[in-house]
Design a protein around this ligand. Sequence first.
Ligand code: SF4
Length: 242
Amino acid sequence: MEKTSDYIRYSVITDKNPREIVMLRGSGCRFRRCRFCDYYLDSSKEEEENFLLNQGVLAKVTGAYGRLEVINSGSFPELDKQTLAEIERVCKEKQIGNLHFEAHWMYREHIQPWKEHFKNLGITLKIKMGVETFDETFRKEVFDKGMEGATPEQIAGVAEEVCLLFGIAGQTKEHMLADIRTGLALFERVCINLMVENTTDIHPDPQVIGLFKNEIYPLYIENDRVDILLENTDFGVGGQCE
Ligand code: SF4
């Protein structure tokens, strides 16, 4: 089994919304229930080891685009304090004015204080939240996402960007289009992930993936507000070894 410490953790996205992206390591997702997800395997309870790894990754950041996306296979509050301080230091040093973190809905109360904290430093913090779909029933019954009762408007009150997950049995063209339209109406950006095989019991459905690629992908490929990841490593970070 590959070691997650060998993952590629720094990349530059040059086409849509140009930015640097780092994949840091935290203590692990506290939720861990989403049925399609095994990202949280990239985690460690050893805070000092995480910090040293993260510090090395953050040292690669140049500030080229003034925008940095930080992902950590979970939510940003699961990063250790030293790493959060290092992110802050690097943003100041490299004059990065836009910072993107990811967070699960369960951290919604933590988000505003962090936005204010960064605002006081001249940094705009934006939150990317995995909603996977705006269909409440599907989100609960199939994904077990832990967002019961959260309306799109409430989610838009804490997050500026959403992730959608397509390519699973039961999803229709109308279902996927409705999700994208809601995402674009209420959020600044939408990130579409296609399901890929992983260690969970949720598998990609080739028919739904084909439907997406043939009938939806062409409609949004040029849209600057829509990122589409056909593979979960398309941002250049993730489970390939350096
Ligand atoms: S999708 Fe995110 S919140 Fe859900 S289990 Fe995976 S890391 Fe945790």
